[in-house]
Design a protein around this ligand. Structure first.
Ligand SMILES: [Zn+2]
Ligand SMILES: [Zn+2]
Length: 187
């Protein structure tokens, strides 16, 4: 098996599991605040790079490796897809992943799906990325009933709920409206 690139034990999202001593049942809590990596999220909604991500995790040694469970909390920043207004929100996601010891035998066909420990270090970043992306709405809105933008002038309708244009009073429209209101009667 090709060896993976070595993890840096000082990287904020790399956790050291050696304290667990590979003894099934031993546990270790980890609470740390780390700077958000770049591109954490989706294009229209993401955790700002370098902002705080609060991790509250439990590492538990099991037979095959180390089970990580816990939560990550972070700020979100983005754009409403309807009105392009700023979205500022918070996100809390659940994390759960089994990291398998890298010196155990594995079915090579399954290696792609398995998270591996590397020299008893684990990389939380792929897990965090997946959890954040899965938790984000596909089309974020500033609020559920965001009215969006005026199709005439592009104004934000939320700022100006009584927004109206004079178009309806254009004489050409007025005559058309009259025609529509007074259809020919056949009987
Ligand atoms: Zn909006
Ligand atoms: Zn308008």
């Amino acid at each position: 098996m090709i060896s993976l690139s070595n993890l840096d034990p000082r990287a904020p999202l790399v956790l050291d599991t050696r304290e667990l001593g590979r003894r099934p049942g031993s546990m270790h809590g980890v609470s740390r605040t780390v700077p958000a990596p770049a591109d954490l999220g989706i294009e229209v909604l993401r955790v700002p790079e370098g902002s705080q991500v609060d991790l509250d995790l439990r590492l538990e040694a099991v037979m095959e490796g180390v089970l990580v469970t816990g939560t990550a909390r972070a700020a979100l920043e983005g754009e409403c897809v309807r009105c392009l207004g700023t979205i500022a929100d918070e996100l809390e996601v659940d994390l759960q992943e089994l990291y398998v010891y890298d010196d155990r035998d594995h079915d090579p066909d399954e290696d792609d799906e398995v998270s591996m420990l590397q020299d008893d270090l684990l990389d939380l970043e792929p897990l965090l990325r997946d959890a954040v992306v899965l938790a984000l709405p596909f089309r974020p809105l500033c609020r559920d009933d965001c009215p969006g933008l005026c199709t005439e002038c592009g104004a934000r309708l939320a700022d100006d709920p009584d927004h109206a244009h004079e178009a309806a009073k254009d004489p050409r429209w007025a005559s058309l409206a009259t025609l529509q209101q007074d259809p020919q009667q056949d009987d």
